[in-house]
Design a protein around this ligand. Structure first.
Ligand code: FPP
Length: 250
């Protein structure tokens, strides 16, 4: 199995039977990483984008099925225009490169968030990336862009209300989940936030209900395969009870 192959020797300490199916990451700390080096914040984001690429590849190699990353929130528009532009440029660059390499890597990509206010160029790249992805059924990367957890829930509630007026579908957790960006996907098992902050910041509020949370002081640009192993190892030691009692499934 790939997990213990030469390529992933480091992953040898992980229990392949207890891997999280879905990992979600708040890629935080780019600005502080840059400031510590006297660099502009955009330099931190550029290294952060490389870290994302590296971590996504590693997730694929060790057999993680879903990776969801927070790239840009509904609140991030409050940042200086120059910084917003630098993040959009990085996304554009990444998507262009991803389109070139997708056939080889067979990584499925999805976008969570309201992308309708992004540039036409970005929207086209996103549409192309998602269309190519339709053909793949392996690892899936969900990139959250102009995403907010509350916004997602409100949109889902509006869409549900419109459907209810037409067909009166009963509302329960399962039917409601189908209106979220994450429709059809398992909830994240593990949510990682680097950079020392201990909050969710409007990330996957509905889906995080039973996620295990992992916080580390490492800044996102310094995050690597070893750090991900640490997070997964911590996850593998957790006792997930979902409100039940240890050792009982009901
Ligand atoms: C949070 O760090 C990071 C962001 C708001 C942007 C994340 C964007 C990227 C990693 C690049 C996106 C591109 C791709 C291809 C994924 P922060 O700026 O809030 O850091 P700070 O808290 O130290 O200021």
């Amino acid at each position: 199995m790939k997990l213990f192959g030469i390529k992933n020797r480091r992953a040898g300490q992980l229990d392949p039977e207890k891997l999280p199916r879905h990992i979600a990451i708040i890629m935080d700390g780019n600005g502080r990483w840059a400031r510590k080096r006297g660099l502009p914040r955009s330099a931190g984001h550029a290294v952060g984008a490389e870290t994302f690429r590296r971590v996504a590849t590693y997730c694929k190699n060790i057999g993680i099925q879903y990776l969801t990353v927070f790239a840009f929130s509904t609140e991030n528009w409050k940042r200086p225009a120059e910084e917003v532009a630098s993040i959009m440029e990085l996304l554009e660059k990444y998507l262009k490169e991803a389109i070139e390499t997708m056939e080889r890597d067979r990584v499925k990509m999805k976008f969570f968030g309201d992308i309708s206010i992004l540039s036409e160029k970005l929207q086209n790249l996103i549409a192309r990336t998602e269309a190519i992805s339709e053909r793949f059924d392996g690892v899936q990367v969900n990139m959250c862009v102009n995403y907010g957890g509350r916004d997602e829930i409100l949109r889902a509630a509006r869409a549900y209300a419109a459907d209810y007026a037409k067909n009166g579908t009963a509302l329960n957790e399962d039917t409601f989940s189908r209106y979220l960006y994450s429709a059809g996907l398992p909830d994240p098992d593990l949510i990682i936030r680097p950079s020392g902050e201990m909050r969710l910041s409007n990330f996957l509020l509905w889906q995080a209900a039973y996620a295990e949370l992992y916080f580390t002081d490492v800044l996102w640009p310094d995050f690597d395969e070893k750090e991900l192993d640490r997070a997964i190892l911590s996850y593998q030691k957790r006792d997930r009870r979902y409100g039940g009692v240890k050792g009982k499934s009901t």
